[in-house]
Design a protein around this ligand. Structure first.
Ligand code: ADP
Ligand code: MG
Length: 698
């Protein structure tokens, strides 16, 4: 069967070498298997009929039966288009093609009965359907669903439009013996999960007879995709744990106790305690820790990092804490030095701007083991940074570090140091499961007590004078204010201009000497940035005008107002991150989202979501629904997942089910040696062909 499915597509009846080459070039279809995996993206319900006079925007697709009245090419140059008037008994609509009508035009014969399928649009009182699918009415059987396949203009020109693809698909199904089709999911499991067989699903995804056929097929295929992915990740994690030993941190050390008792200015939250327990458990037994720590802005991740580093110290290991920006590294260094105060532990800072003379002794001390905790930026990755005994690497805001950079840190000791990656960008659970399924994930799902919720307000630009009055009131109360401008993609000059204009306007409305204003942007030299930041942190300036360089991690408790200009240009997670800069002290805090008056539907939804909730995980869910996983995680990362049908935002409950099932299978039979897992085992062996140890060691 497997052999049959790898037959080149050219051998299928009706497909010669030329069409085969075109299928490969246009759609990547090389074999029978590839063709089977070319799923319909939609189905036409043949029993559904709409009427020209009763179209409704609520219906995304409609099917009309009638005839063409007139055909016209209108416009010139780029706006040239083909326009037809199409009528049925009830009225008329306009069919429009903006391109590629050469092939369609011969089929448009006035007076001849045709069927039209498409997505209607209303302009004023008139309805039109851009780029509809058309077919002769006699072509249409009376009931059931017709699959609609992606095709291209070139394929259509050799007869392989959606109907053509449907025909070759049917041809292929006639030749396959589905009884021998590969089945990876044991029947007992399929039964308990209410899944149809792989063969049945394949047949029904292409040729469903009913809505329920389709949904059963889709469920089965999506589940299999997600399940295989989860199982692969669980196997990888198991493999890593068995083959990559880690340092044993069995003690907690005297300093940790002293820190708890004498230095810690507050109690840990329950979430912090839980996470610290998880981390300690990881590091106790000689397994290598690779843990992702997720926690909303302000949830107290720094403290968790510090405690983890104290545990490393208690076991005579050094730690490194790496941050994405100089300001952030500096702040971590200050926070941590202050917390550690006079404890006998030495902490140092290394960034790009650390002076040469300082570096020299710093490197020597680090190598001699006299520095216990080093905090820094990318500078820590450099070759010349040599440790005496590095045991732990903490990475803050992991989105900004690449895999290669993390790998560099791993080679700074005989065994790979434990890795704790911290991120303040909440990722929906199902995405975390999918993208970080081979990491362990801890979540701080609780903020320290006593935080007053930040009040978020959406205002249009024409309310600027009221805004400024409000800012003046706040400044009079001794508070500080951020005003953030968006980065204009790829255009630093424009960026700077909008920021400069803003700065000027603000300087006019908030004149010296009563008001002091700082400005920070990406074009400043690090020293200049530092200087401006410092003036704000020290309370010398009242207003910080900035681009998103301040997005990550900066902590100024006295700043209680965050104004975000042109908020519609920001994504939800960025807005949430920016808002997290306020609400860090005792004072009541505000986030004010300034936008244009007219907003896209999505921008409106973003503003509403921000006003409604401060829960980072809820925001992440909305973000996922709005943007899809590709945008959220970076397309490159999503691309590697190779999901054909499953949709990580739509199929969240299937992701959960797949994860749970994969965990169960792995727990019961980690090497997949049970007879019922035979097919699964050989599939996984092929996936792991470069790492055959998976099978041997389990
Ligand atoms: P983030 O998770 O965003 O990195 P931080 O570690 O910067 O958050 O912590 C935010 C603020 O909360 C800091 O001022 C920190 O001192 C404070 N904090 C952390 N843990 C607690 C706690 N358990 N109780 C009270 N305040 C805390
Ligand atoms: Mg932080």
């Amino acid at each position: 069967m497997a052999e049959f499915l790898s037959t080149p597509i050219a051998y299928l009846k009706g497909i010669g070498p030329q069409k085969a080459a075109l299928l490969t070039k246009e759609l990547g279809i090389k074999t029978y298997q590839d063709l089977l995996n070319h799923f319909p993206f939609r189905y036409l319900n043949r029993s559904q009929r709409n009427q020209c006079a009763h179209l409704d925007l609520a219906e995304s697709y409609v099917q009309l039966v009638g005839f063409i009245k007139t055909i016209q090419e209108v416009g010139v140059g780029r706006s040239k288009r083909l326009q037809c008037t199409f009528s049925d008994d009830t009225g008329s609509v306009t069919l429009i093609w903006f391109q590629g009508w050469k092939w369609i035009k011969p089929h448009l014969i006035p007076g001849k009965s045709i069927r039209v399928f498409g997505r209607p649009k209303r302009i004023g009182n008139a309805w039109s359907i851009p780029h509809p699918e058309i077919s002769p009415t006699e072509d249409v059987p009376l009931s059931g669903f017709q699959p609609i396949y992606h095709s291209t203009e070139k394929l259509a020109s050799v007869g392989l439009n959606t109907r053509g693809i449907e025909r070759i698909m049917a041809q292929l199904f006639e030749q396959i013996d589905l009884r021998n089709h590969r089945e990876l999911i044991p029947p007992s499991l399929a039964y308990s999960l209410d899944l149809i067989s792989a063969a049945e699903a394949l047949k029904k995804i292409h040729f469903p007879n009913s809505e329920s056929d389709f949904s059963a097929a889709r469920k089965r295929i999506c589940f299999e995709e997600l399940f295989l992915l989860q199982l692969e990740m669980i196997l990888r994690k198991g493999l890593r744990k068995r083959t990559e030993p880690g340092f044993v941190f069995e003690k907690s050390g005297a300093l940790l106790k002293q820190f708890y008792e004498e230095k810690l200015p507050f109690d840990l939250t329950n979430a912090q305690k839980k996470v610290i327990k998880e981390i300690r458990r990881d590091m106790q037994h000689g397994e290598h820790m690779n843990r992702l720590l997720q926690g909303d802005v302000g949830s107290g991740k720094t403290l968790v990092a510090l405690i983890t580093m104290l545990i490393a110290h208690g076991n005579l290991f050094q730690s490194a804490l790496m941050a994405p920006t100089e300001i952030l590294a500096q702040q971590h260094f200050e926070t941590i030095s202050t917390l550690l105060n006079d404890l006998p532990i030495r902490c140092a800072l290394l960034t790009g701007s650390t002076k040469k003379s300082v570096r020299k002794t710093l490197f020597e001390d680090l190598k001699a083991g006299d520095i216990h905790i080093i905090i820094g930026t990318h500078a820590l990755l450099e070759e010349e940074v040599v440790f005496n005994n590095l045991g732990l690497v903490v990475i803050d805001e992991q989105h900004r570090f690449g895999v290669a950079q993390r790998a560099k840190m791993r080679h700074k000791n005989t065994l790979a140091p434990h890795v704790l990656v911290m991120t303040a960008t909440p990722i929906p659970r199902t995405l975390a499961m999918t993208f970080y399924g081979d990491l362990d994930v801890s979540v701080i799902d609780e903020l320290p007590p006593g935080r007053k919720p930040i009040q978020t307000i959406h205002r249009f630009d024409n309310h600027r004078s009221q805004l400024y009055d409000f800012l003046k009131q706040q400044i009079a109360l001794g508070r500080q204010v951020y005003i953030v401008y968006p980065l204009i993609a790829d255009n630093e000059t424009l960026d700077l201009k909008s920021l400069n204009d803003g700065f000027e306007a603000i300087s006019r409305s908030f004149p010296l000497p009563d008001y002091q204003v700082s400005m920070v942007h990406g074009k400043l030299k690090p020293e200049e940035k530092e200087f401006e930041m410092k003036r704000f942190i020290d309370g010398v300036t009242h207003i910080m005008v900035a681009t998103t360089v301040i997005e990550v991690g900066v902590n100024v408790p006295n700043a209680t107002v965050m104004v975000i200009e042109s908020s519609q240009r920001f994504g939800l997670s960025q807005l949430h991150q920016l808002r997290g800069r306020v609400g860090r002290g005792g004072g009541k805090s505000y986030c004010i989202l300034m936008t244009d008056y007219t907003l896209s539907k999505e921008a409106k939804k973003r503003m509403e979501t921000m006003v409604e909730t401060t829960d980072g995980f809820k925001i992440a869910e909305v973000d996922l629904a709005l943007r899809g996983p590709g945008d959220l995680m970076g397309t490159q990362q999503s691309g590697t997942l190779n999901l054909k049908l499953a949709d990580l935002s739509r199929d969240q409950s299937l992701v959960e089910m797949a994860r749970k099932t994969a965990v169960n299978v792995y727990t019961e039979d980690p090497a997949l040696r049970l007879p019922i897992h035979e097919a699964l085992r050989s599939y996984m062996l092929s996936v792991f062909q470069n790492k055959p140890q998976w099978d041997k060691i389990a």
